[in-house]
Design a protein around this ligand. Sequence first.
Ligand code: GLN
Length: 231
Amino acid sequence: TTPAKATTTYQIGTDVTFPPFEFANKQNKYVGIDMDLMRAIAKDQGFKVNIKPVGFNAAVQAVQSGQLDGVIAGMSITKEREATFDFSKPYFTSGVVMAVQPKGSVTKLSQLRGKKVAVKTGTSGADYAKSIQKKYGFKIVTFDDSNNMYEDVMTGNSAACFEDSPVMQYGIKQGTKLKIVTKPAESGSYGFAVQKGKNQKLLKLFNKGLADLKANGTYDKITQKYLGTTK
Ligand code: GLN
C-alpha cells in the first residue's frame, strides 16, 4: 500500500467582520466570498486551511512576521504592500468610498473641515484619508474593525468614514444606516497575500486553484451567492 500523502494545513489570517468577504454566520462559521474561495481553492488543490479571524491589521502583521502563512481579507494589492508581500492574481475589484449619516448635512469631502473621520487601522481607506487630510482639514479617528468604524459615524462622533465600496454597499443593503456620497477612489484589486519570498508554494496553489474556479464556474457561483448578480 502507498502511504497516505500528508496534507499541509496553512494558517490563514482574515478580518473579523468584512461582509460580503468574511463574516460569521448564525452558526458562527466564517463565510463570505473570501472564505468560500479560500476553502474551494484548498479543496481543488489538495491542502487544508485553518482560518484565523484576528482582524485586518493583525492578520497583515502576522503574515509579515511569519506567524501566519497567508492573508485573505479583501486586501488591496498596492505598490507599498508589494514591497513586503507577494500577491496572488487579483480576484475582485474595489475602491474607497466615503459614507455619512443618511440624513446628515455632510455630503462632500469639502464639508469635513474641522470634523472627525473614522477609518480602520492599516487599511487603504485609512491611507486614502491620510493622503487628503491636509487638503480637507479633518481629524482622523481609527478603529480595528469596520463595525466600530460605522458605529462612530452613526452615533455622530465622526462625520464620515472611508470604506471599500463593495463592503459599504453590501452593509447598507443589509441595514447599516449609512449613505455613500462619493465615487470609488483609489480603485484597485483584492489579492491573497503571503510574506514576500516565503510560502511561494501556497501562492502557486492559490493561483492555480483560482484559475480552476474561474474556469469551472465556481468563482461566479460564489460571488453570485453573496452579491446576487452576474458580473
Ligand atoms: N481593501 C482594504 C485594504 O486592503 C480594506 C481591507 C479590510 O478592511 N479588510 O486595506
